[in-house]
Ligand binder design. Structure first.
Ligand SMILES: *[C@@H]1O[C@H](CO)[C@@H](O)[C@H](O)[C@H]1NC(C)=O
Ligand SMILES: *[C@@H]1O[C@H](CO)[C@@H](O)[C@H](O)[C@H]1NC(C)=O
Ligand SMILES: *[C@@H]1O[C@H](CO)[C@@H](O)[C@H](O)[C@H]1NC(C)=O
Ligand SMILES: [Zn+2]
Length: 494
């Protein structure tokens, strides 16, 4: 009996111990604890600069074996030539010092719009965390070498558009420090949902601006940025409203836990973490940050982004890079493939024109919306599998439609055909029910009682039909719900 009462105390003790034990690691990874809730000085990186001084000096010895910015750029261009039929390379903007921010798109139809989900990987957000840029090039090479023989590689190439930005912060890398050339921490530079400090466009860093434009252009379904300094899959929210360190989940907490766990469980040993249960963590619970990239993605891009810490050591010896790639390989592939293999997918059409429309999709009980694409009206909604959801498609000028899906382990396909708002349903059916090619004139001749009787008959018949229809619908709904594993590609239009 004494044990249960002791439990809370023990828990507190363990948590405290953990908090203290994890302080140095925290400081090394996403950005470190900011003592003040105000984020004004973050802009100028004062807190991260003091953190940097705790970091070991990055020596020539450590840099050996890593690609320089020039070598990375050549590698990307070489890749584009070698894998020309499944990729294109392009720049999303320039760094402060004028380096192009090179990205690779991998797909069987690179550069073309398709009714497919898009994923992005971003590496080297922090200049002194270079593992991501190396690992991302390995991922690109692996896909190029294997898409004709490996089913997972083929699935990704054929059914998604994968965008890879190996380095978001080439200037920081060259300077061997966390911030960019203006010494701004780019993962604190995005507009924040709680604090307005970053709302001034004039002060936004070019790297941040490039990412924001990219997200608005490409319509990503999900993404991940790669960091170093810990081993954990981190998910929103980044910060909490009252700035306290606490679990602060976003509306899609369950979805994000599913995604983060998918990464962690597919990793060589991330899920064995002693510091983070299951190798995943809510951002604000680990340590709150403001102006982070992942929250902005989710809120303003409808893009489900994880922040992945893939190496306890920020700058390991280059000889360890191949091992780190192998340890992350299945996680990366499974995360991208999950956009196709799970969740609810489909297209939204207008009933009057038959054309796709860029409607939006809501899930009952989850206070967030994702948009269908403008070109194909396709939407891709990641959801934790193994439960049923009520999905609502809507579009201005149309009547929303809702339906319930039982989401199993596999993806469900669900198309919506929305009726225009103004659709008239007034007297037309009643008039047709007149049977006779009647207008008001022909009716006037009949005795009033007879007309009255007819009317009652019609109403009865209508009522009967309505009852039949409702019964039928209920049966269909039940039958749908009974499908624990709906076939992945058979469209259900509602
Ligand atoms: C790419 O090229 C290879 C070999 O030339 C060919 O077999 C393959 O079908 C091409 N892939 C695509 C997606 O076009
Ligand atoms: C994972 O494996 C690496 C060796 O590759 C080791 O350094 C690290 O401590 C391990 N982490 C966990 C959580 O087991
Ligand atoms: C969805 O589209 C609406 C209307 O164009 C826009 O205001 C909103 O920001 C979009 N939402 C997301 C998450 O992209
Ligand atoms: Zn980082």
């Amino acid at each position: 009996m004494a044990i249960p009462r002791l439990r809370p105390l023990l828990l507190v003790a363990v948590l405290l111990l953990r908090a203290f034990a994890s302080l140095p690691t925290q400081a090394a990874a996403r950005g470190g604890l900011d003592p003040s809730p105000g984020i004004a000085d973050r802009k100028h990186g004062s807190s991260s600069r003091s953190l940097l001084q705790d970091q070991p000096e990055i020596t020539e010895e450590m840099v050996r074996g890593y690609m320089s910015n020039f070598e990375l750029e050549s590698a990307i261009q070489d890749f584009g030539r070698r894998c020309a039929n499944i990729s294109r390379t392009y720049s999303i903007g320039k760094s402060v010092n004028g380096s192009p921010l090179w990205a690779i798109e991998i797909s069987d139809k690179p550069g073309q719009r398709e009714a497919e989900p898009a994923f992005k990987f971003i590496g080297n957000v922090h200049g002194d965390e270079p593992v991501g840029r190396e690992v991302l090039m390995q991922l690109a090479y692996w896909l190029c070498d294997n898409y004709l023989k490996d089913p997972l590689a083929a699935l990704i190439v054929e059914n998604t558009h994968l965008h890879i930005l190996p380095s978001m912060n080439p200037d920081g890398f060259a300077l061997r420090r966390r911030g960019n050339a203006n010494n701004v921490d780019l993962n604190r530079d995005f507009p924040d949902q709680f604090f307005p400090n970053n709302d001034d466009i004039k002060h936004r860093q070019p790297e941040t601006r490039a990412i924001m434009n990219w997200i608005k252009q490409e319509h990503f379904t999900a993404s991940a940025s790669l960091h170093g300094g810990a081993l954990v899959a981190n998910y929103p929210w980044d910060g909490s409203r009252d700035t306290r360190k606490q679990y602060y989940g976003c509306p899609d907490d369950k979805t994000f836990r599913y995604m983060a766990s998918l990464y962690s469980q597919s990793h060589y040993n991330m899920s064995l973490s002693k510091e983070f249960e299951g190798g995943i963590t809510n951002g604000a619970l680990w340590y709150p940050i403001y102006g982070g990239m992942q929250d902005w993605n989710y809120i303003h891009g409808g893009c489900f982004e994880l922040t992945l810490e893939i190496s306890d050591v920020k700058w390991p010896k280059a000889s360890e890079l191949l091992v780190i790639w192998k340890q992350n390989k299945m996680s990366m592939l499974n995360l991208v493939a999950s956009l196709v293999k799970t969740g609810v997918h489909g297209r939204i059409f207008a009933a009057d024109t038959g054309r796709p429309i860029p409607g939006s999709l809501m899930v009952k009980g989850i206070d967030s919306k994702i948009n269908a694409s403008g070109s194909f009206g396709d939407y891709h909604r990641i959801l934790a599998p193994g439960q049923s959801y009520e999905v609502v498609a809507s579009m201005e000028g149309y009547r929303p439609k809702r339906t319930r899906v039982m989401l199993g382990r596999e993806a469900t396909n669900l198309d919506f055909i929305l009726d225009p708002d103004g659709a008239v349903r007034r007297t037309k059916p009643l008039r047709n029910d007149c049977g006779c090619s009647c207008n008001d004139n022909s009716n006037t001749g009949k005795p009033f009682l007879l007309r009255e009787a007819y009317l009652w008959l019609y109403l009865l018949a209508l009522f009967f039909l309505l009852a039949l229809y409702l019964l039928f619908r209920r049966r269909m709904a039940l039958r749908l719900a009974a499908h624990r594993h709906p076939p992945p590609k058979r469209p259900v239009a509602v």
